[in-house]
Design a protein around this ligand. Sequence first.
Ligand code: ADP
Ligand code: MG
Length: 220
Amino acid sequence: MPLIILTGYPTSGKTHRAKQLQTYLQSRISSLPTTSPSSSLRVHLISDHTLSIPRSVYNLETKSQHERSNNASEKDARATIYAAVKRVLSTKDVVILDGANYIKGWRYQLYCESKAVRTPHCVVHVGTPVEKAREVNDERLTGRTALAGENSGEGESREEEQPYESECWENLVYRYEEPNAMARWDAPLFTVLWEDEMPPCEAIWEALVGPDAEGGKKAV
Ligand code: ADP
Ligand code: MG
């Protein structure tokens, strides 16, 4: 049914929150009586990682034409993500879009897509302070150097756990366009803080699915 758009700085914990939301929604849906129209909802988690989009696409703004020539651009990556969302988004599917989603116009485009299929949407802002998010990326950079030093070939971390190059990380933060609850494409807007145990799952469920689960119809 709805589209859940995560947004936040790089290494702010978006993937962590997306997985928590996925687990919550799956168990919430499976606990519904089969008579509920929402009991057959499917949950999809879409991210750069699930689409095999490497971190390096975000490097490009700061790289020379020569260095980027063999790589897909960030624009191509967005086209891939858009197609993946469009493919599954329907009134019977919950789509969790895990990514920075830092461009206002891009979030607007996604919002229009949810309206086009007459399904609700919301934005979940992973509101980790910039210093904390930077610390996480720096730790990963340090860890990567240590691993390379060992040259063991073991402990290869997964793509979604790879650090961003420092310059790229700073650039993404610089370009980040904060969501605004007053803008219809960013509303309803939920925020999850670093200290929070869980995202506000119950409120998200109520806003997007709740009335339909009771057999009513959620207005879009
Ligand atoms: P992003 O997807 O935004 O790049 P991740 O979800 O991969 O960030 O999180 C980066 C790291 O920080 C991961 O190791 C994750 O387990 C950890 N992390 C994320 N959010 C929290 C949190 N709220 N508290 C503790 N650790 C967290
Ligand atoms: Mg991630």
